[in-house]
Design a protein around this ligand. Structure first.
Ligand code: UD1
Length: 393
């Protein structure tokens, strides 16, 4: 049987890596899968759409996470949502017709996720309309904010797919409310957490803290300087000058309390320049806020694990900080991952400067606490491969 997986943008790589690894374990007979032994070899084919294309946004993740070279690279690059999506549609269809997999796996909520699910849902391998089954990993998450491109991608993708792999209870409820039948929904856990658990130890050996001068030596022992870690890239935060500069105002106050490490996304950097915000305090002073290039997975995981506080507008980082027990402030009006608030370490604060500072202060006073939502146990990918085999054989 043949399974084709799709990746396109940075957050996809952490979600697919453990699934590819679970398929490999199954093929070599070293798998922890319970019920699937002897169901025949899985041929796996990996497509990279090239939505993210830089070494720092893409290639370094393949290296860090041990993802095999893509079997096909579509090289779509940047563009408006319409152009990028259309390019993926156009370039993915011939690959699918040529490879004719039994199953297509899409992950997350980026433009590549929706575009490839759409091609697979409408393809016809023969005159009988035969098409692959389509599985969505990280289904059912909803922010209920249709101004987010990712929310449109989530809703549309879920309604195109045959198997919906859900990371948290809210996902099941959302899908049911939208009329998706029970038999399509599988609560398997979180493959991004599988990756985190696999690489946590390696990350603990990274020298990124030292190279950033965040380790102090005194009396022969080393202590980590308390610091906050910031990521920011959502269009709603960085494409609007007023919102972006308000967030920087909050940062000025927070960086007077503790240093802030800020690996800036390419989109964020571009907007800083076009809004002439790079000369803003605290960015220009270089004292409180250290702006760096985007980091590789291992170094970023090390920084996240040791941070006193994480400030973010990312989806995945809300989940990773919950798993690590690190207090997180989410600079957004909503989250599609409510379990990170109800069972985890996440606080949603909106985008107003005062609210961001208040939330940071509250979270800085909060002790580190570990919580593991159901099935965030490092085994989600094995559950997924088990279900794929049950379905295909
Ligand atoms: C995309 C995803 C978002 C995800 C984010 C993670 C969609 C709709 N958005 O947003 O869900 O959270 O990735 O990073 O799919 N750029 C580079 N180098 C790269 C990649 C991008 O310079 O390797 C530049 C692009 O040229 C563009 C900007 O960064 O100007 C934004 O990239 P784009 O892929 O459009 O969206 P993201 O904001 O990264």
């Amino acid at each position: 049987m043949k399974i084709l997986s799709v990746v396109g943008a940075r957050p996809n790589f952490m979600k697919i890596a453990p699934i590819i690894s679970a398929i490999k374990s199954y093929n070599t007979g070293s798998s922890a899968l319970s019920s699937s032994a002897g169901k025949g070899r899985i041929d796996h084919f990996l497509v990279h759409t090239g939505q993210h294309y830089d070494r720092i946004m893409s290639e370094s993740f393949f290296q860090d996470l041990g993802i095999p070279e893509p079997d096909a690279s579509l090289g779509v690059g940047p563009g408006t949502h319409a152009v990028q999506t259309a390019e993926i549609l156009n370039r993915f269809e011939p690959i699918l017709l040529n490879e004719r997999p039994d199953m297509v796996i899409v992950v997350g909520d980026v433009n590549s996720t929706l575009a490839c699910a759409l091609v697979a849902a409408k393809i016809s391998y023969d005159t009988n309309g035969k098409r692959p089954l389509i599985a969505h990993v990280e289904a059912g998450l909803r922010s209920f904010d249709r101004t987010m491109p990712e929310e449109v991608n989530r809703v549309a993708t879920d309604h195109l797919c045959d198997l919906l792999f859900v990371t948290e209870q809210s996902g099941i409820e959302n899908l049911k409310k939208e009329g998706i039948p029970d038999e399509k929904i599988f609560f398997v856990g979180n493959t991004m957490i599988d990756t985190l658990m696999s690489f946590r130890e390696m990350a603990s050996k990274s020298d990124v803290l030292k190279s950033m001068g965040l380790v102090e030596r005194s009396n022969g022992s080393e202590t980590i300087t308390p610091y906050a870690l910031l990521t920011l890239h959502r269009p709603s935060n960085v494409d609007n000058r007023e919102t972006f500069s308000g967030i920087l105002d909050a940062l000025e106050t927070i960086s007077a309390r503790l240093p802030v490490v800020f690996p800036a996304h390419p989109r964020t950097r571009k907007q800083m320049t076009s809004f002439h915000l790079q000369n803003n305090t605290p960015l220009a002073s270089g004292l409180g806020v250290r702006v760096t290039e985007p980091l590789g997975y291992i170094d970023f995981l090390c920084l996240m694990s040791n941070a006193k506080l994480v400030l973010t507008d990312s989806g995945g980082i809300q989940e990773e900080t919950t798993c690590l027990g690190v207090p997180c402030v989410t600079i957004r009006e909503n989250t599609e991952r409510p379990v990170t608030v109800t069972e985890g370490t996440n606080l949603i604060c909106g985008v107003k400067p005062e609210a961001i500072v208040n939330a940071a202060d509250r979270q800085l006073a909060r002790p580190k606490s570990n919580s593991t939502p159901k099935f965030w146990d490092g085994r989600a990918s094995f559950r997924i491969v088990d279900i794929l085999l049950e379905t295909l054989v």
